[in-house]
Each structure stands twice: as structure tokens, then as C-alpha cells.
Design a protein around this ligand. Structure first.
Ligand SMILES: C[S@@+](CC[C@H](N)C(=O)[O-])C[C@H]1O[C@@H](n2cnc3c(N)ncnc32)[C@H](O)[C@@H]1O
Length: 226
């Protein structure tokens, strides 16, 4: 499964960034067995972590961190939590975070499904972003996809009323699945195809999809006010 994929060597630059700011910027969480799990009793406290109260943006599957850092640099009055299981990707994120001197970014090595199910407090997230979640192309692997009705229920719990869930994918039948999940959700309004989110930089991953002629779908949904 994707969330156990952590490996790969770090470059010297990545290792240096990890040594310099890993202890402060990659949050240590109590585990529940495997290294990407989180103890279901653990609850993330954004105010204590960032030392202030600010709108919290959570990005799931940050990859090399391009989109996370791009937004964090432009919105210093927001706090950004990146959730990723791929260590070299986190290390690369630290390289740019250190270079730009951002103190409104923290990373976590946690399986996102667990993060939304138990770790993030109710109505604590201003915006939840998922850029190109693993599409799991083969039909027999579709059950590994993150965006399902159950996942949407958890996202509905953690996103504050009026808050936003944004996604993009380059895989057509996953785009249809995402749209159907949002349409069927009691917690969210939205789900139409939208123009490209203007704040999302073009990552390597997106460029590769475009190069082979894929259509990129952006979708967002707003958390209903109960
Ligand atoms: C296709 S890549 C996209 C990366 C990045 N968002 C971009 O646009 O370039 C998907 C990312 O999600 C991460 N990922 C997959 N499953 C995950 C999970 N269950 N929890 C956290 N991260 C996950 C992968 O490690 C990978 O970096």
C-alpha cells in the first residue's frame, strides 16, 4: 500500500535540511504499530504546535512540497500542515522551507486515512487539499484510493463549516469517483469541475500527466454549516 512507501535515500542537501530543521518541522507523533500509523488516542493541537491561532491548511500527499511551500510563502498568516509518507519528499520540502525561512509549515509522516479519522480535531481545518492523490490505476487496486464515501465523512468532521476541500487529479475515472463521492456527501456542497486552482504550481507530477495528454480535473467542495 502507498502509505508504507517511505524509502529512498536522501541527497546531501536533503539530509542537511533534515538535520537542521527536521526535529522542529517534522512532528513526532505517537505510533500505533507501523511507522506511518498514528495512535488513535493522539489529537493534533495546531495552536500549541505553531504557537498561535491561525487558519489551518492541511495538504495530504505533499510529494516534494512544491504546492505546500508555494502557498505557505504567500499566506504567512495561515498555518500549513503537510501529511506525507514518502521521506525523500518530506526532505525536499524541508530544503525549500529552510531556504525560505518559513515558520508556518510543519510536516508529518502519517497515513492520511488515519489522520482524518482520528488525529485531526473536529472542525479544526480551514482548508484540506489533495493534489493528485495516488490513482491506483488497476481496478483491483481501486479499493486503495483515499477518496471514498467513508473518507469524505471523516473530512466532513475535520473541515470547519464554510471551510473547503480541494482536489485535483489527472486520472479520469478517479475524477468521476471524487465527483460522485462529493455529490453523495451529506457534509459538502460542490463537486463540479472547476478552473485550475490558481495557487497550485505546476509540479513534476502534473507536467508528466499533461505530457501524455491527460486532462487535469480540479474539484472543490464547501463544508455545509450544520
Ligand atoms: C501522485 S503523488 C502526488 C504528489 C504531489 N501532491 C504532486 O502533486 O506532485 C501522491 C503522493 O501521495 C502520497 N500518499 C499516498 N498515499 C498516502 C497516504 N495514505 N497518506 C499520506 N500520503 C500518501 C504519496 O507518497 C505521494 O507522494
Amino acid at each position: 500500500m502507498s502509505f508504507t512507501r517511505r524509502g529512498g535515500r536522501l541527497s546531501d542537501r536533503q539530509q542537511a535540511a533534515w538535520d537542521a530543521i527536521g526535529a522542529t518541522h517534522v512532528l513526532d507523533v505517537p505510533r500505533n504499530g507501523i511507522s506511518t500509523s498514528v495512535d488513535p488516542a493522539y489529537v493534533f493541537e495546531a495552536t500549541a504546535t505553531f504557537g498561535r491561532q491561525a487558519p489551518l491548511v492541511v495538504e495530504i500527499g505533499t510529494g516534494r512540497g512544491d504546492a505546500l511551500v508555494h502557498s505557505a510563502e504567500r499566506h504567512r498568516d495561515h498555518d500549513f500542515l503537510g501529511i506525507e509518507v514518502y521521506r525523500p519528499g518530506i526532505a525536499q520540502t524541508l530544503v525549500t522551507v529552510q531556504h525560505l525561512g518559513l515558520d508556518n509549515v510543519r510536516m508529518m509522516i502519517v497515513n492520511a486515512a488515519e489522520a482524518v479519522a482520528t488525529m485531526l480535531p473536529t472542525a479544526s481545518v480551514h482548508e484540506l487539499r489533495m493534489w493528485f492523490p495516488d490513482p491506483w490505476h488497476k481496478v483491483r487496486h481501486h479499493k486503495r484510493r483515499l477518496v471514498t464515501p467513508d473518507f469524505a465523512t471523516h473530512v466532513g468532521r475535520v473541515v470547519e463549516p464554510g471551510g473547503t476541500w480541494r482536489l485535483a487529479t489527472d486520472w479520469e475515472d478517479y475524477a468521476e469517483q471524487i465527483r460522485a463521492v462529493i455529490a453523495g456527501s451529506a457534509e459538502f456542497d460542490g463537486g463540479a469541475w472547476e478552473p485550475r486552482f490558481e495557487e497550485r504550481p505546476l509540479t513534476r507530477f502534473e507536467s508528466k500527466g499533461l505530457a501524455v495528454g491527460r486532462t487535469i480535473r480540479d474539484v472543490s467542495a464547501v463544508r455545509r454549516t450544520p
